[in-house]
Structures are given as structure tokens and as C-alpha cells.
Design a protein around this ligand. Structure first.
Ligand SMILES: [Zn+2]
Length: 318
């Protein structure tokens, strides 16, 4: 024991092998605490975000379905699609009501970059065009949804971004491999001016929160529709169950409900409700919230030292 500031401090002198063992023990504790399971709020075992892309009419019905369960989703809008819809004003009013109800309205670029190959207004093969397209959609959300004008200094509510087609490189699928390589960095650079993160699609529904904290512009999600899945309900429900099992963030991407005009990425109303019923059956095991809310929670609750966690609890590499 030795005395310091009036208190007795125990002093243990370790030498040789004992010292080595002690150091290994301390390192072991640090590694274990770095790699323990991520803590979701209210004791939940998993987080789930229900998203939909583009802004089609039937996606406003999906928002109403979510509200019946008391949930809010994330809807990535392309202003161009809504401006040229058969009843643009009616559709716009619906989206304004959805924003007021607390759903997240995200940026999906204004043009959607030749969506269904019909719109070639923006050639998405260079940084400036993509940056302009993202910026145009920010302005569209700001003025059309939230009713602000150029004199107003009101900021948009925080929201995330998703790339057209859910792919994270620029241009069409005939772009060269080299162009695709620079795409990730360029999208993140363009988007980071407006959004703290971005969702991609078709790379699996699960997200390890520690990876999201580091790679915020590559949030995974799985397309749920009759083109992508043999059975959309089975795919979605299995993804929800896996999230609970693995303590991860499950993100599901929907498009239209059957009967709406679209490029065919649909589920029926019945299938959509079946998936929500399955989610509801998980009770407090799942925290259901928009992408922006869960992303912010992860960022705020992931200490920087855990960003480097690349080994398992038994010391083997991940
Ligand atoms: Zn889209």
C-alpha cells in the first residue's frame, strides 16, 4: 500500500512471467469489452427499418399501413417521378401528410437517373451531374414537401439517401469497372453535404452496427418483391428473424403494391400486411424506426475505440 492524496492505494509489484500474464489479462478484458453485443434501446435484440423507394402512389398506402401499427418508415423520393405523375398535386399532398406524420422522407436524387430507361435528362457519368441531381432533390424536398421558400433559413429534417437502383456506383450498367471503383467514394462525397448516411440495396438485409458506424454510406438492405424473391413474405420474415438472432439492424426495401404503375417491383397488400404482422409478433425484441433514427442511435452509441474491433471474443480474426 502507498499513500496518495490521503488515500491508501494498493501497489502490486509484478515481474517476469507474472507481469506478462497480467498484461495479457488486461488486453483480454479490453478486447472482450470492445466486442460485446451492441445494445439496442429498451432491451431490443434487433432493429428494423421498413423502407420504400421512388415515391409511387401505393407507397403512400404502405405508410398508412405502418401507421396502423404505430410505426414510421423511410421513403426515398425522386421528385421527377412525382412531378410527372398523372395526379401530381394529389400525390404531393399525400407525401406532405406522411412527412407531418413523422416518417422519414429521404433523397433518391431528383431525376432517378434514367429510371426504367425512360428519363435520360441527367447523364450520370460524372461527379458534377450527380451532385446537381442530389442537390436538386434536396431543394425539391425543401420547397415542395416542407413548403419553404428561398428566403427561409429553415433546414430540412435530418434524412438519409439512397442511390438510384440501389447501386453505389455512377452511370449505367455498361460503365467500365474502373468507373465503378471510384463511384463509392464519389457518392459518399456528394451525399455527405446533405445526409449523414446512405442505404444501398440487394446486398443482404443485415447490418452489423459497428460496421455501420464506420461505413455509413453503405447501409445494406434487401429488396422485397416478387421479382427479387420466390416468396417475398418468406424472404422478409427470415430476414427479421435473423436480425433478432444476430443482434443486427435489418433493413427491408419495398417498392409499389400490386396494381400501381411501376417497373414491376411489387408485393400485394396482403403480403405487405403479413410481413408487418410477423414483425409485430416479435414484440419488444425488435426496435422499429426510420433509417435516420437508427443510424443516429448507432453513431451516438458506438465509441470510436470499437471501430477497430476486428477480432472475435476468442481472439480469432473476424
Ligand atoms: Zn429507385
Amino acid at each position: 500500500m502507498r499513500k496518495e492524496n490521503g488515500k491508501f492505494i494498493p501497489v502490486i509489484v509484478l515481474k517476469g512471467k507474472k507481469m506478462k500474464r497480467f498484461i495479457l489479462f488486461v488486453i483480454g478484458i479490453s478486447i472482450t469489452s470492445m466486442c460485446t453485443a451492441f445494445k439496442w434501446p429498451h432491451g431490443a435484440k434487433s432493429a428494423v427499418s421498413i423502407t420504400a423507394d421512388d415515391g409511387w402512389w401505393s407507397e403512400t398506402t404502405e405508410a398508412q399501413y405502418l401507421e396502423r401499427y404505430g410505426w414510421r418508415g423511410t421513403f426515398y423520393l425522386s421528385g421527377n417521378l412525382i412531378d410527372f405523375y398523372p395526379q401530381p398535386q394529389e400525390l404531393l399532398e399525400r407525401w406532405k401528410a406522411i412527412a407531418s406524420a413523422g416518417h422519414e422522407l429521404g433523397n433518391h436524387t431528383y431525376s432517378h437517373a434514367s429510371y426504367c430507361k425512360a428519363e435520360e435528362k441527367y447523364a450520370v457519368n460524372n461527379w458534377k451531374n450527380v451532385a446537381d441531381d442530389i442537390s436538386d432533390q434536396e431543394k425539391w424536398l425543401w420547397s415542395k414537401i416542407y413548403g419553404n421558400n428561398p428566403e427561409s433559413s429553415i433546414k430540412l429534417p435530418a434524412h438519409t439517401f439512397t442511390m438510384p437502383y440501389g447501386i453505389y456506383f455512377f452511370g449505367s450498367t455498361i460503365n467500365t469497372y474502373q468507373e465503378k471503383q471510384v463511384g463509392v467514394a464519389e457518392y459518399a462525397a456528394c451525399v455527405s453535404l446533405f445526409a449523414p448516411g446512405a442505404r444501398i440495396a440487394n446486398f443482404g438485409a443485415q447490418n452489423d452496427p459497428l460496421k455501420v458506424a464506420r461505413l455509413r454510406y453503405l447501409i445494406n438492405s434487401e429488396n422485397i418483391d416478387k421479382i427479387s424473391n420466390l416468396d417475398p413474405v418468406v424472404t422478409a420474415n427470415e430476414a427479421i428473424d435473423k436480425g433478432i438472432q444476430d443482434n443486427t439492424w435489418t433493413v427491408l426495401t419495398f417498392h409499389t403494391l400490386e396494381g400501381d404503375k411501376s417497373c414491376g417491383y411489387t408485393v400485394t397488400d396482403q403480403q405487405y400486411i403479413e410481413i408487418l404482422d410477423h414483425l409485430k409478433s416479435k414484440g419488444t425484441d425488435v426496435w422499429i424506426a426510420p433509417v435516420i433514427e437508427i443510424l443516429n442511435y448507432i453513431i451516438q452509441n458506438t465509441p470510436p475505440e470499437s471501430w477497430g474491433c476486428t477480432i472475435n471474443e476468442d481472439g480469432s480474426p473476424k
